[in-house]
Design a binder for this molecule. Structure first.
Ligand SMILES: Cc1cc2nc3c(=O)[nH]c(=O)nc-3n(C[C@H](O)[C@H](O)[C@H](O)COP(=O)(O)OP(=O)(O)OC[C@H]3O[C@@H](n4cnc5c(N)ncnc54)[C@H](O)[C@@H]3O)c2cc1C
Length: 255
């Protein structure tokens, strides 16, 4: 993908596209990074929403992908965390090709179902696989920003300890944010101090680390399609009402 060529408008046009600018990029893991974008006139967002990112090559070819909003970084700034998909068209460009100061077109915030609102008081269970933790982290951050005491539990499955996004911040949040618990699972290699052996998420993991169905928690599940379907089935088998299980599937593109 060639450099993004974008028109000079700074607010959303009728099409909804806005010109954002990359102001900072930081590594989360060896294969994922967080982009801080300045978006003049950003209207604000809810934890769980996403944006569409559009890149336009010099020959006019365009590619569009969705990315969850990981959080805010102050006025008119949003953060996206992007996992590099080997041979992907857009994600390697966002991580390696886009330079600080470059423009990129975005549209959003999008999505009104997979969202958590600070006024919601039901206990919350978040279950994320891989980069599926991104919109769930946005909810954890929104809870903190609102000073909410709504009980939150996050079950986060990653391949290895090195693949955990936001590891330091999650440790701090668990220490400082009353009523937030985080449980890690590893599918390939677990850190030496983690009890148990690597495995894909099971009924026992969700049963032990989630909420009982009779508390009627709001459940948010995000990750690759297979992960999301497995967890949704587990939650329903454990007695959770399907109407309280919200899911978001990441890729593959067109899948
Ligand atoms: C609502 C929504 C929110 C999303 N939020 C995020 C986010 O916060 N962070 C993030 O990193 N991604 C997120 N995604 C996924 C993202 O939109 C892209 O699909 C991803 O970045 C790959 O795009 P690409 O152009 O690099 O790869 P492509 O050129 O589209 O794909 C290259 C190859 O990789 C395969 N592939 C693509 N995506 C995946 C995948 N997820 N798993 C396995 N194989 C894949 C394709 O089938 C293809 O063979 C989200 C998707 C949706 C629908």
């Amino acid at each position: 993908m060639a450099r993004a060529a974008v028109p000079g408008r700074l607010t959303a046009g009728r099409s909804g596209w806005r010109v954002a600018r990359l102001v900072e990029r930081r590594d989360e893991t060896a294969t994922a990074g967080t982009l801080v974008l300045e978006v003049p006139g950003w209207p604000g967002h809810l934890g769980g929403q996403h944006v569409d990112v559009r890149l336009t090559a010099e020959d006019g070819y365009r590619a569009e992908r969705s990315y969850s909003i990981a959080g805010s970084a102050g006025d008119d700034r949003i953060e996206l965390t992007v996992q590099r998909v080997p041979d992907g068209e857009v994600s390697p460009y966002l991580l390696d090709g886009l330079a600080v100061g470059d423009p990129v077109e975005i549209r959003g915030p999008l999505g009104g179902w997979f969202v958590w609102r600070p006024a919601d008081t039901a206990p919350v269970l978040l279950v994320g696989g891989g980069s599926g933790v991104v919109p769930l982290m946005a909810m954890v951050r929104a809870r903190r920003a609102a000073g909410s005491r709504t009980p939150f539990r996050l079950i986060y499955s990653a391949r290895t300890g090195e693949d955990v996004y936001y590891a330091d911040e999650l440790r701090r949040r668990v220490r400082d944010d009353q009523g937030l618990d985080v449980f890690h699972l590893y599918t390939r290699e677990a850190p030496a101090d983690w009890p148990g052996s690597p495995h894909r998420i099971t009924v026992a993991d969700v049963n032990s680390n989630g909420w009982p169905a009779d508390l009627e928690p709001a459940c948010y599940v995000c990750g690759p399609t297979g992960f999301v379907e497995a967890v949704a089935d587990i939650l329903v088998a454990l007695g959770h009402d399907p109407s309280r299980v919200r899911t978001e599937r990441f890729g593959p593109t067109g899948g």
